[in-house]
Every structure is written in C-alpha cells, then in structure tokens.
Design a protein around this ligand. Structure first.
Ligand SMILES: *Cc1c(COP(=O)(O)O)cnc(C)c1O
Length: 392
C-alpha cells in the first residue's frame, strides 16, 4: 500500500471559500429549505444568442478540431486589441501584447510561477479574489496583505507598506471594479500605483473582470489608459462577466510585452490554448451590439436598486455599488460575518457569502451577489426583514 501524502503546498491551502459554502448549501437543500442563493458570482442570464450561433458555426470547422496556437489565434488577439482601442482608446500590439487565457482565473493563478522565486513578496489586496494568494503560495512566494478599508474607499494605502516589504516585492495584484467590495478606482489611484511600481520594480497585475458591469452610465477606466502603465504591468480580462460566458472559459491578458511573454512561457509548458471555436465565439462577443450590453446593465441596476433600497430601509450599513454585481454590507450588530450568513441561511433560506472568506480584513461584512431576478431580490429583503432587527 502506498502512503499517499499531499504536498506541503496543497496542505497549506486555506479551505476554498466556495467549497465550504457549497457544503452549507447542500445541507440546507437536504433539509428541504426553499433557498434563494445570492452567494456566487455567476451570472444567471444566458450568453447572448449571436455568440452561441457563432460557436455553432465554428464547431463544424475541422480546422478548429486541431491544437490551437498557444498564444491564441491572431484574429482573436486582434479582436482584443480592437476592443481595447474602441473601449479605452488604448493601442496594443496583438502579436506581443495580448495573450489568450482559459478564463482570466487561469492567468491570475499562473502568473506568479513566471516571476516569483521562493520568498519573493507579492502584494495582495484583501478582502479579495482568493486566487491571488493561492497562486502566490503555489509559486512559494509570500503574500503581503494590503487591507482594503472602508475609510480608504477600499483602496490599499501604499504609504503604510514598510520599505523592506516594498524592496522584496516583485508583483502586485489590484482589482477594480472590485470583487467583493464593489469599489472603483480613479486615475489618481492608478498613477500612484504606477509610480510605486517604477520606484520599487514591481509588476502590476490589474484584474479588470468587472470593467463592463457598471451603473448610472459611469464607465470604469482601464489601468492601461494611464501613462506608463504598459511599462510596469498588465491587465487581466475576461469575457465571463461582460457577456455572461463564465462556462465557456475564455479571457486574456494585455499589456507589457515582457510580462505577457513570461506568462506565455508558463502556459506553453502547461496547457495547449483555448479551443478555437470558443475563440471564434469570443470574436463575435466583442462585436456585441451596445443595446444588448445596456440591457444586461439595466437588469443588474434594477436588482441593485431593489436590494440597496430594501436593505437600507431595514437599517443596514451598505456600500452602494457603482460597478460589479455585488453588494457589500456590514453584518448587523451582534453578528460577525459567519454567524450572520448562518443565521440568514437557517432562518430565512437566503444564502450569501461571509466577508471574511475573502480574507481577514473582510470580517464583519457580507457579500450579496445580484445574480437572481428582481422578484427574488425583493423576496430576499422581505425574508431578511422577518428574521432580523437592525439598529445601525
Ligand atoms: C470572476 C472573476 C474572475 C475570473 O473569471 P474567469 O471566468 O476565470 O475569466 C477574475 N477575477 C475576479 C475578481 C472575478 O470575480
């Protein structure tokens, strides 16, 4: 008999947040609870039909049945560059400054392998997407947590990072519009990040998965719009949230060519690219009619308004999202993140995500995902009202 031992890197993993939630969810369903699930950031709206049609056509083409190119079809990378030009007025060389990804999670998880030696520091925002510290751990790097605090509008405070940490830092993750806090960043913030990166030789990896999920017609800017951004980093992007394509697994990295090449080196040794039929569908996605996208945004905005106004009237302390399909709220007094999530699940049949699951600085908060129809959102508010009395 073998004695099968997991590696230290796997043993050292924190429990994957959504796996723990899924267990709670399964237990509630087994008890027969009629659940409203607002816990996971997965759009409930289908992929627009013209994208599905493009996939159907592409799947018939035998040329797409063979191995794709590692870096993505040139036509896909050109479509990415075209989209950046149109949306952000940023020029990219599709041959050297764009790389296809099997979803942006894949690139985010792999990039530390390209640039981090054991013991190197990675600056990680927290609360944040769990893949930033996990990718760092897999590369034997050390995560240095940058807490995102409400009093700083959920932006990291670079001034409090010790000089010694900055000197050891090789890479920094940033994410705006932000999951889970829904915060956005302005040009001034990105400028500050770029000058820090230049001073200490730190690669910036900006995760822009939610740049197209915004409200009140206030379009978020791209990190790459800033002067000097392309000298210090890249932006990760995804079709998942913009076009309701989470199941398709396609995204991209764009920006500094040396950073793109480094990530490409890791990938060409690990995977063999994205199914070309999916790349064809993604090209169709970049040509989506603006009216389709504004309908999607309108749907989320109605949900946001219903949840924000409803919870506000119950006395909750809330952040009004300018972007993303999340709402970040303080757990009412008497509860911490986990006890409030358990209370809502067991007493109201409403499942949300505990803020501390995104890192210790998220303690005391919870995240609602706006991924259910507006009637369900209104019912959520009614259910919460019946199991809670909030006093500030
Ligand atoms: C959803 C999400 C992603 C990744 O999406 P993919 O489907 O892998 O492209 C990346 N970053 C954040 C913050 C997300 O919420």
């Amino acid at each position: 008999m073998l004695s099968i031992q997991l590696s230290d890197r796997v043993k050292n993993l924190p429990p994957y947040l959504f796996a723990a939630i899924d267990k709670m969810k399964q237990a509630a369903l087994a008890k027969g609870i009629d659940l409203i699930d607002l816990s996971i950031g997965d759009p409930d709206i289908p992929t627009p039909a013209h994208i599905v049609e493009a996939m159907k056509r592409a799947v018939e083409n035998p040329a797409h049945h063979r191995y794709p190119s590692y870096e993505g079809m040139l036509s896909y990378r050109e479509a990415v560059a075209g989209w950046y030009k149109k949306r952000f007025n940023v020029s990219l060389n599709p041959k050297t400054e764009v790389l296809s990804l099997i979803g942006s999670k894949e690139g985010i998880g792999h990039i530390p392998l390209a640039f981090i030696n054991p013991g190197d520091v990675v600056l990680v925002p927290s609360p944040g997407y769990p893949v930033y510290p996990v990718g760092t751990l897999f590369a034997a790097g050390e995560s240095y947590i940058m807490p995102l605090k409400e009093e700083n509008e959920f932006l990291p405070d670079f001034k409090i990072i010790p000089e010694g940490v900055l000197k050891k830092a090789k890479l920094m993750f940033l994410n705006y519009p932000n999951n889970p806090t829904s915060a956005t960043a302005d040009a001034g913030f990105y400028k500050e990040a770029i000058s820090l990166a230049k001073k200490y030789n730190i690669i910036i990896c900006h995760d822009a998965a939610y740049s197209e999920v915004y409200y009140d017609n206030e379009r978020p800017i791209s990190f790459l719009e800033m002067e000097g951004a392309n000298d210090v980093g890249i932006e990760f992007h995804s079709l998942s949230k913009t076009y309701n394509m989470t199941g398709w697994r396609i995204g991209f990295a764009a920006g500094n060519k040396d950073v793109i090449a480094g990530l490409g080196k890791i990938k060409s040794n690990l995977d063999s690219g994205v199914f070309q039929a999916i790349q064809e569908a993604a090209i169709a996605a970049f040509n989506t009619d603006d009216s389709i996208l504004s309908d999607i945004r309108k749907t989320y905005q109605d949900r946001r308004d219903a949840l924000y106004n409803g919870l506000k009237s119950l006395g909750f302390h809330l952040i009004k999202p300018k972007a993303t399909f999340y709402l970040w709220a303080k757990a009412p007094s008497g509860f911490d993140s986990s006890s409030f999530v358990a209370h809502l699940l067991n007493k109201a049949g409403v499942l949300i995500t505990p803020g501390n699951g995104f890192g210790a600085p998220g303690e005391g908060y919870v995240r609602f995902a706006l991924t259910a129809p507006v009637e369900k959102i209104k019912e959520t508010v009614e259910r919460i009202k019946s199991v809670i009395s909030v006093s500030g």
